[in-house]
Design a protein around this ligand. Structure first.
Ligand code: UGA
Length: 441
């Protein structure tokens, strides 16, 4: 089988590489020449555990290739499917901007020579596949070509940091189709990934498009709900860790994605929640729950700063804060919508100094924050003479530091734990003042 994947960002690159891994011939296409040149040399634009090795292996076996030339990649090449995995950046009003998706659809329409399924993989609003179909039809008509094709919607559910595992062993695969022929192609493509018995769910196209938004919106809702409960726990003298265990053992609720923290970040939840609110509004409906989910998330990003401000009685100017973890979550260098950015901005505004360390995101942080903060060589260096330690991203290497060393390096022994990874009683016994999220003081 042969396919084309257009867009070598996070989704496209993981998708193309994982299809190649199971023996499918894949051409990954991007207009960015530098990116393609780098990929040919095994230099990846993103950090994702295991991806580089997989790219190299499959390039070597000649199942995976990279090109800037969409036209020759799909003309007469026997491609059974073309995946569109280009960006859909949020427009000024929060809605997904489809210009890149539709431009690719047009180019496919201008160049396809045989039947193929054109699959939207980017997260796109309900109705986009229909727009893609229309764009291709217009191009075919313009060149007087009578070629049959189908569109399909195949949303991705990859988590950054675990994307390969998620792709190779998915909980489920959702595909929206409008013909049996397209269903057959998609079935053949995904068969190698169904070994764990999890389902490939076929449905109509608008439902598949909606499934993606509903999934992310539900997960974001769980997080904001728990953050709200955590804040109330603090006020009422309850411990959210206990409450989380208490409710999570109810199978209807489940024990995943109910960890309170400092708000969700990343490129997906904030963007998708906003886009769904927007789509609903455009169609005369108000997503009341999601509006609150967003509101809670915005204020949750300030919770850690507020605790710091209260502890130091508003006297932050000239103090140094050691910040562990810059990326929006562990195992990624992604800083988009990272809670660390809000905390840093608030501390800098108040005249404080921040010295940060992150195992992977330092380069990305330098690109975003420049020299507005200092960077430690490692987590311990970041602590030297610090007034407090702020645990912002729960990287595994931060989980059990040597607290004797930590305590010697710091000026004051205060820990603000934005992810509840430390044992409050243990730290207090070691002489630290400890603040978590939703815990008893
Ligand atoms: C999310 C979804 O989990 C994926 O299924 C989806 O495919 C992806 O968006 C997407 O739309 O592309 P991702 O953004 O990589 O994946 O990250 P998650 O692991 O879901 O974490 C999102 C945020 O929620 C992080 O800021 C994390 O710290 C926060 N979170 C997560 C919590 O605060 N509490 C939790 O219990 C879980």
């Amino acid at each position: 089988m042969r396919i084309a994947v257009v867009g070598t960002g996070y989704v496209g690159l993981v998708t193309g590489t994982c299809f190649a891994e199971v023996g499918i011939d894949v051409t990954c296409i991007d207009i960015d020449e530098q990116k393609i040149e780098n990929l040919k040399k095994g230099i990846l634009p993103i950090y994702e555990p295991g991806l580089k090795e997989m790219v190299l292996r499959n390039t070597q076996k000649e199942r995976l290739s990279f090109s800037t030339d969409l036209a020759s990649s799909i003309q007469g090449c026997g491609c059974e499917a073309a995946f569109i995995a280009v960006g859909t950046p949020p427009g000024e009003d929060g809605s997904a901007d489809l210009k890149y998706v539709l431009a690719v659809a047009r180019e496919i329409g201008r160049n396809m020579t045989d039947y193929m399924v054109v699959v939207t993989k980017s997260t796109v609003p309900v109705g986009t596949a229909q727009k893609v179909r229309q764009a291709i039809e217009e191009e075919l008509e313009a060149r007087g070509a009578d070629i049959d094709f189908d569109v399909a919607s195949n949303p991705e559910f990859l988590k950054e940091g675990a994307a390969i595992e998620d792709f190779l062993k998915p909980d489920r695969i959702v595909v929206g189709v409008a013909s049996e022929r397209a269903e057959k192609v998609m079935n053949k493509l995904y068969k190698p990934f169904l070994m764990n018995g999890h389902p490939l769910i076929f449905m109509d196209i608008p439902s598949a498009e909606m499934t993606k938004y509903a999934a992310n919106a539900m997960l974001a809702t769980k997080i904001s709900f728990m953050n709200d409960i955590a804040n109330l726990c603090e006020i009422m003298g309850a411990d959210v860790n206990m409450v989380r265990k208490g409710i999570g053992s109810d199978a209807r609720i489940g024990n995943k994605f109910i960890y309170p923290g400092i708000g969700y970040g990343g490129s997906c939840f904030p963007k998708d929640v906003k886009a769904l609110i927007r789509t609903a509004a455009e169609n005369g409906y108000r997503m009341r729950v999601l509006q609150s989910v967003e509101e809670v998330n915005e204020s949750q990003k300030e919770v850690l700063f507020n605790k710091i401000d209260t502890h130091f009685k508003g006297d932050l100017a000239g103090r140094t804060f050691a910040l562990w973890g810059l990326s929006f979550k562990p195992k990624t260098d992604d800083m988009r919508e990272a809670p660390s950015l809000v905390i840093i901005q608030k501390l800098l505004e108040r005249g404080a100094k921040v010295r940060a360390y992150d195992p992977v995101a330092m380069e990305e942080a330098r690109r975003v924050l420049g020299e507005t903060i200092e960077y430690g060589k490692d987590e311990y260096e970041a602590l030297i003479d610090a007034d407090a330690l702020l645990l912002v991203t729960e990287w595994p290497e931060f989980r059990s530091p040597n607290f004797n060393v930590v305590s010697k390096l710091m000026k004051e022994r205060v820990v603000f734990d934005g992810r509840n990874i430390y044992d409050a009683a243990d730290l207090r016994e070691k002489g630290f003042t400890y603040y978590g999220i939703g815990l008893k003081q």
